[in-house]
Write a protein that binds this ligand. Structure first.
Ligand code: NAD
Length: 256
């Protein structure tokens, strides 16, 4: 398909759902061949089916971003299928309710919750970057990486200390990688979504939608497709002078 990612190969983690699914679809629409990765190959296959139905090309890969062998295999399978990796969207992540009771202040968090959050939302991003960069350096010609941070990577958020710590870490890793690989033609940026309607925010919608929207100047949640468009652009050659940036897409939350 013709588009701003024509002839590119993209790897997306967390591609079975929400922002990752919408971005996989948008990348394919813009001409990329997409490796859709998620915890299980079966879940990623749902997104691949949507891409194929729209006339795009994609493969499904299962794996856990906290396991280095799985991450190495995700990269290897992408390269085996499509020969290279030009764009990577390191997006797999979880909210507090997935690693503990959720809505806990710092002194209430267990070490298991804290460590699990950091393992998925921060170490997972680093492991993906590590193996993608090894491939990009080996193949030559540079590349573009986008990591999913959050507005919680730029500000504090009560009862989400571990999530905030991980997402601030993603912003720091992004800046450092941008500096380290600029001379290799590898651009590294992050997207910082505000509140987006996905399975991750189901509990927010059900329990505190009004209070949440009161902090958003546009007075609505975003939809995954609104993050996808920014990510596609950051991955494309149109963003050729953009690296080390944190791109907020949040309906005005961070500005208010
Ligand atoms: N939804 C929001 O409001 C919002 C706001 C800011 C940032 N984010 C971030 O966006 C990213 C995507 O979230 P979403 O809202 O689309 O949620 P989602 O739950 O719909 O999708 C997250 C995906 O990541 C996958 N995943 C989780 N842990 C994994 C692991 N260890 N290995 C492999 N895959 C794993 C899940 O299986 C799931 O498919 C996350 O990093 C999240 O922190 C979301």
């Amino acid at each position: 398909m013709a588009g701003i990612l024509e002839r590119k190969v993209a790897l997306v983690t967390g591609g079975a759902s929400g922002i990752g699914r919408a971005t996989s679809l948008a990348m394919a629409r813009e001409g990329a061949r997409v490796a859709v990765a998620d915890r299980t190959e079966e879940s990623a296959a749902g997104t691949v089916a949507l891409i194929n139905a729209a006339g795009g090309q994609a493969i499904a890969i299962g794996g856990d971003v906290t396991a280095e062998a799985d991450v190495a295999a995700m990269v290897a399978r992408t390269v085996a299928a499509y020969g290279r990796i030009d764009c990577a969207f390191n997006n797999a992540g979880v909210a507090g309710g997935s690693v503990g009771p959720g809505r806990q202040r710092l002194h209430e968090l267990s070490q298991v919750s804290f460590d699990t959050m950091l393992a998925i939302n921060l170490t997972g991003v680093w492991l993906c970057m590590k193996h993608e960069i090894v491939q990009m350096l080996a193949q030559g010609g540079g590349g573009a990486i986008v990591n999913t941070a959050s507005i919680a990577g730029l500000i504090g958020l009560a009862t989400s200390g571990h999530y905030v710590a991980a997402k601030h870490g993603v912003v720091g890793l992004t800046k450092t990688a941008a500096i380290e690989y600029a001379q290799d033609g590898i651009r590294v940026n992050c997207v910082n979504p505000g509140y987006i309607t996905t399975p991750m925010t189901k509990e927010v919608v059900e329990t505190r939608l009004d209070a949440t929207l009161a902090k958003v100047p546009m007075n609505r949640m975003g939809v995954p497709e609104e993050i996808a468009e920014a990510v596609v652009w950051m991955c494309s050659d149109k963003a050729s002078f953009m690296t080390g940036a944190s791109q907020v897409v949040d309906g005005g939350y961070f500005a208010a």
